[in-house]
Design a protein around this ligand. Sequence first.
Ligand SMILES: *Cc1c(COP(=O)(O)O)cnc(C)c1O
Length: 435
Amino acid sequence: MKNKKNKLPYSLETGLIHGKSLTKKWDFSHHVVPPISSSCTFRLESTRRGALGFAEFAHHTGQQAVKSRAPIYIYDRLGEPNKEVLEENLAAAEKGDIAVTFSTGMAAVAAALGAVTGVGDEIIAHNILYGCTYSLLTNWYPRYQISTKFVDMKDPRNIKKLITSHTRVIYFETPVNPTLELIDIAAVVRMVKEANKKRPKTRKIYVVIDNTFASPYCQRPLEFGVDFVIASLTKNICGFGTDMGGVVIGPNWSYDILLLYRKDFGGALAAKSAWPLLVYGLPSLSVRMRQQMISAHAISTFLQSDPRVKFVSYPGLKSFPQYELAQKQMRDYDGKFAPGSILYFTLKGKTPQIQHKRGAKFINYVAKNAYSITLAVSLGHIRTLIEHPSSMTHSAIPLVEQMNSGLDPGGIRLSIGLEKPADIIRDLAKALDNL
Ligand SMILES: *Cc1c(COP(=O)(O)O)cnc(C)c1O
């Protein structure tokens, strides 16, 4: 696939390692690895340069101005070289115009939504969301009179019925955390484009997708016409579990407002965290994802064949109910099927209570005895992580609502790391035998 944004005849996979090679963000042309920047404030030779810097900040007239000259750095929260080089590479990775990084994934979610909503606006969101995003929408936004309607977006027609003149955002994750169910990105975009035809430009509805689960290596929603992609950099992109971060990737016009949001609400990515993301995380994303997908396929096949397992949800399995959709929207940079590295499964049991109990027993056994699997939240880590979404990451969603929207109380989420798949399978088999 051509890397159009960089206009280089190289694959994006190579682009993730070398970045733009020549950047005006910082003159480090004699370094092979970008130096780590550690300066909260920047020397300004004159008040004139200071004034120019402030005047330019968040007043870029699109990409042109950004490209035309080296930025005048003023203060870390406004911008500094490490995160700006990372931002250029993240925008390229997602095939977007611009990227703005944040201190965490949640800061990025808040910035994307905060940049395009105000008092009286409505958000329509899928009925299963990452727990903290759900909490943001239900505990905080009502205080600012921004309301959210939750609906099952697996059938995009459900969204249409809820759109009003106040709707500003359609928000979802695909694959859905943790069930791995998919939402048809192209179908949602088509529907929203149709609705936007009848709306004034200032009341446009934006489609915002959380692409944390798939990572840009496996899925690039902007190619399907969504407006904004957000991601937690803490997960697949960092990969090694050492740093937190978040990013919003969007159209040129949103650059100023996102920078302004970051300046005023805070939540800037630390330069010391931008550096490992830039130097280790992003460059190794492709090779990690490729290996983890091979393992995820082997492990999901093993689990599926075990009589004690009720069902396994992994978009790479032929038995996956939305296999066709997975093939359509989950593709790597070469166009190969890329169903990600996370799976979700439940154990058999006569009632949901028994399933829940067995799920907890299974996880507790793994936590105590498994060498290759760790009980911990987060995902996209080089270590295989197991967790119980119902009582952990998604506990903000009331149990009744969890059950109504297909989040099994006994469901187990497994994020596959870089260990030998046979070792992970050995640890899972032992836990199954212990049930
Ligand atoms: C972890 C996660 C977030 C939040 O990211 P943080 O870096 O932990 O703030 C948002 N969305 C999804 C899908 C996540 O898994």
